[in-house]
Write a protein that binds this ligand. Sequence first.
Ligand SMILES: Nc1ncnc2c1ncn2[C@@H]1O[C@H](COP(=O)(O)OP(=O)(O)OP(=O)(O)O)[C@@H](O)[C@H]1O
Ligand SMILES: [Mg+2]
Length: 174
Amino acid sequence: MNIPEFWAKDPIMRLVDPRSPEDESPVYQLTPNLVGKFIDFREDPTILRRLHREHAVACALRREGVSVPFPLGIFQVELPVQFPYGSGPGSKYPAFVMEYIEGPTLYKGIIHPSEKFDLVQSLADKELTKARRLGFIPFDLGASNVIWSEVQQKVYLIDFYRWKRKTSSAGISK
Ligand SMILES: Nc1ncnc2c1ncn2[C@@H]1O[C@H](COP(=O)(O)OP(=O)(O)OP(=O)(O)O)[C@@H](O)[C@H]1O
Ligand SMILES: [Mg+2]
C-alpha cells in the first residue's frame, strides 16, 4: 500500500502526552494544528490495518456529528527524534494524523471531584450516547480518551482503535 509522506515546513515533533518510551502508541504534535499517533510495530505486524481502522472509525464518527478531532489520514512521518522502537533518528513511520486539540484529558488536568469534571463528563456522555445511537460500540471509555477544549468549551472523543459498529444486517463489523 502506498502511504503519502507527511511534510511540514517547521515541524514541532513534541510528545503530547509524555509517558514511558515503551508506550504502545506515542502521540506527537507535528504542527500547531496536527498530531500523529504512532503504533509500536514490534508488537503488532498489523499496525497499518490498525491505523486505517482507527482513521475509518474517526471519519464515520465525525461525518455523523460526533465530536472527534478532524481525521486527516495515514501518512509516513519522519521523526527527527530517536523513536523507541525505530532504527534511529530520521526514520519514517506510519501515523494516523489528526487535528490537535489543545487541552487536558479528563484523566489528567481536571480536578476530581469538581463542577468542571462533572460538566466535562456529562458532555462526553452525550457524545457517547450519540455514537451508540448511530450503532457504534465504544471501547475503552477511560477518562484519558476525552479531551476538554477550554477555548471551544467542547469535549472531543479520541482513541477508536477497538471500537466496533453494528452493521445493518445485524452483524458487527470486525
Ligand atoms: N488529537 C489529539 N490532540 C491532542 N492530544 C491528543 C490527541 N490524540 C491523542 N492525544 C493525547 O495522546 C494520548 C494518547 O492517545 P490515545 O488515547 O489515542 O492513545 P492510546 O491510549 O495509547 O491508544 P491505544 O489504546 O490505541 O493504544 C491521549 O490521552 C491524549 O493525551
Ligand atoms: Mg487512550
